[in-house]
Ligand binder design. Structure first.
Ligand SMILES: Cc1cc2nc3c(=O)[nH]c(=O)nc-3n(C[C@H](O)[C@H](O)[C@H](O)COP(=O)(O)O)c2cc1C
Length: 402
């Protein structure tokens, strides 16, 4: 079973990650991983922290001569900002009383975290609950994407809207060349250029007001064969696993598969994706010059709509997997709008100010894509699992070409 663990604080020395049960023989492209890390740091509306960091992956184990060995993969991502926090984050130096934080920020882990762990300094919670941890998750997702690329599986993500400004519906084709180029060259990771100035103006206004803003994200994956995930147990369902992976990302507050919430308002005859056979098969036949019987069975079936978002009964159905999620506004505000209390005295206070992002939706889109990649890889390995890439390849071929 593929799994990973992360450790590390926002202003500690760095982040450590272990990925277990990753197969051998996968060629690791460091540039691809570092580019995803760069994208996670970028985006209009980020705070000053991103100017300090230039995240790079440093493998500690499990990769040799550019290939995974099958042993646990571990890696380190350094926090350059640690130099400015060395004293305060030291493992043994006593924490100065005056530096301790006792006023929890509403919307953050501060309140429940410090009560749960019996801590008298909220910094011990916020350092770990911070979205700095998402750098680890992006690297894990990138490593999963590298494996899945060997089987023609591709990922994409986009920002559909920020605050009240919605720029696209979720059923947009993220693999369209123009849209994909627009996303990659946009500071907002948006599919169209026209609304960008309006969105930037909104983020600037929020910044000037010391406020923050959230938004909507879509991520898609194409090329997933029919039948990963399962209908046989609740915790084997692909949609459930994706929901957990994505919902565990800091500030993500909803996960929809396909038309999601809208499905409640559609009739059955409008909602479900009719099944067709043959047309796509003809296309494959022309492309490959083969006779129909030798065409992979899963390429022969197709839908004209994808309201199900590529998942039915907890399994991939061969269509594009499409998820949409909402990110709430960043909870640290630069002006004292929110009321809170001193946890030691009960005294009424305003939420304290910590350097922060105004809007991190473009960055979060990369994290969502990465979480999706982990879930897909988890079930892909469950279905085709083997200890090496070549063994997985044989299992995959045996299944899709039967
Ligand atoms: C990419 C990214 C960047 C974030 N940046 C900040 C930030 O600068 N300041 C902040 O207070 N919250 C930030 N958050 C959100 C908080 O980490 C999150 O709201 C908090 O941990 C509480 O978790 P919850 O919102 O899931 O309940 C960010 C989230 C993501 C995904």
């Amino acid at each position: 079973m593929l799994r990973f663990l992360t450790a590390g604080e926002s202003h500690g020395k760095g982040l450590v990650t272990i990925i277990d049960n990753f197969p051998s023989g996968v060629k690791i492209d460091e540039d691809f991983i570092n580019e995803k890390l760069r994208l996670r740091q970028s985006g209009y509306g980020r705070g000053a922290r991103q100017k300090i960091e230039t995240d790079k992956i440093e493998f500690l184990s499990g990769v040799r001569g550019g290939l995974t060995t099958g042993s646990p993969i571990s890696f380190f991502i350094k926090n350059k900002d640690y130099e400015n926090w060395r004293e305060r984050m030291d493992a043994f130096k006593p924490v100065a009383e005056e530096s301790k934080i006792h006023t929890p920020r509403p919307g953050h882990a501060d309140f429940a975290g410090s009560i749960k762990f019996g801590l008298d300094d909220i910094r011990n919670v916020l350092e770990r609950s911070s979205a700095r941890e998402t750098a680890s998750r992006v690297a894990v997702g990138a490593i999963c994407q590298i494996l899945l690329k060997n089987f023609g599986i591709e990922f994409a993500s986009v920002v559909l809207g920020i605050g009240e400004i919605k720029v696209s519906e979720a059923d947009i084709n993220l693999f369209d060349e123009t849209i994909s180029r627009n996303i990659e060259t946009s500071e907002l990771r948006m599919p169209y250029r026209e609304p960008e100035e309006k969105v930037k103006a909104l983020i600037d206004k929020m910044k000037a007001e010391g406020d923050t803003v959230g938004g909507l994200i879509t991520a898609q994956v194409k090329g997933v064969p029919v039948g990963i995930g399962s209908f046989t147990q609740w915790d084997e369902k692909l949609d459930a696993h994706i929901a957990m992976s994505v919902m565990s990302i800091q500030a993500i507050k909803s996960v929809e598969i396909g038309v999601g919430v809208k499905s409640a308002f559609l009739k059955g005859s409008e909602c479900h994706d009719s099944i067709y056979y043959g047309k796509k098969q003809e296309k494959v036949k022309q492309e490959k010059g083969t006779d129909l019987k030798s065409v992979p069975f899963s390429s022969a079936f197709h839908r004209k709509t994808d309201n199900a978002g590529g998942i039915e009964g907890g399994m991939s159905n061969g269509e594009v997997i499409n998820i949409t999620c909402a990110m709430k506004p960043i909870p640290t505000l630069m002006k004292p709008y929110l009321d809170t209390v001193d946890l030691n005295t009960g005294e009424a206070k305003k939420a304290f100010l910590e350097r922060s992002d105004v809007c991190a939706v473009p960055a979060a889109s990369i994290v969502v894509e990465s979480a999706l990649a982990f879930s897909i890889c988890y079930f892909f390995l469950k279905k085709f699992g083997g200890d090496s890439l070549s063994e997985i390849g044989r299992n995959y071929e045996g299944y899709v070409n039967k």
